[in-house]
Write a protein that binds this ligand. Structure first.
Ligand SMILES: N[C@@H](CCC(=O)N[C@@H](CS)C(=O)NCC(=O)O)C(=O)O
Length: 231
């Protein structure tokens, strides 16, 4: 056993990206499911692992790491996988740029328009939709301008793992993004060429689909980070 522990949530896009990189790297690990609906991540005990009280967290023999981008970079570095995280400075910079774009803009807009209103007392508004459309347009333009098969290269990199788990949220709620043809093609290519990875991600997509029509009751949570719906 590698001694690695992953504190994850089964429908969390960042958790799914980490699970996928562990599959790519063939690293054994212990998965510890954090009970999000029970608010386990808000506890003081969990805050020792991640003061942001967010999931996922990686524990590598007493070393705790949060922020899924940092986890992906750490694991790819540690296992010296130059295919999913290239060594060449410009190639690596492109991967890092896509990871930053996902965190700051693409997944951010998906979080605000799709995910947060699913779980919390937030609304889908014309403004959140507009930001999402702008982010989709930017991602589509990156794919068009650079012309790679994958998001940052002609092969799979850690950037794809994050961008795919963000995109699956759109699929979960049947948000039509087919007008963004490069994104649609890239997403379908990922699924077709990475069946094992997609099998991991699909579990989360289906759970999110369920939550979208059956919103969870989080009204029992004490000190939630986000406003909870009153039921
Ligand atoms: N930037 C963080 C985001 C992690 C995140 O937001 N995770 C969600 C679960 S998918 C969470 O823990 N949310 C806390 C909450 O809703 O209270 C990362 O990429 O790891």
């Amino acid at each position: 056993m590698s001694g690695l522990k992953l504190y994850s949530v089964s429908d969390g896009p960042p958790s799914l990206a980490v699970k996928m990189v562990l599959e790519v790297l063939k690293v054994p690990y212990e998965n510890i499911e954090v009970d999000f609906v029970a608010g386990e991540h808000i506890s003081e005990e969990y805050a020792k692992k991640n003061p942001q009280r967010e999931i996922p967290v990686l524990e590598d023999n007493g070393f705790f790491l949060s922020e899924s981008n940092a986890i992906l970079q750490y694991l790819a570095e540690k296992h010296k996988n130059r295919s999913i995280y290239p060594e060449d400075v410009q190639e690596r910079a492109r991967v890092n740029q896509r990871l930053c774009f996902n965190l700051s803009t693409y997944y951010r807009s998906i979080l605000d328009h799709i995910i947060l209103p699913m779980f919390y007392d937030y609304q889908r508004t014309p403004q959140t939709e507009k930001k999402l459309q702008i982010a989709l347009s930017a991602f589509n333009s990156y794919l068009e301008r650079d012309g790679f098969k994958y998001a940052a290269s002609d092969n799979l990199t850690i950037a794809d793992l994050q961008l795919v788990t963000a995109t699956l949220c759109l699929e979960a709620v049947n948000f039509d993004f087919t007008q963004f043809q490069k994104i649609t093609k890239w997403y379908e290519t990922f699924k077709a060429e990475n069946e094992k990875l997609w099998a991991i991600a699909k579990v989360g997509m289906l759970e999110l689909r369920h939550f979208n029509t059956n919103p969870p009751d989080l009204s029992h949570l004490k000190h939630p980070v986000h406003p909870v719906r009153k039921v």
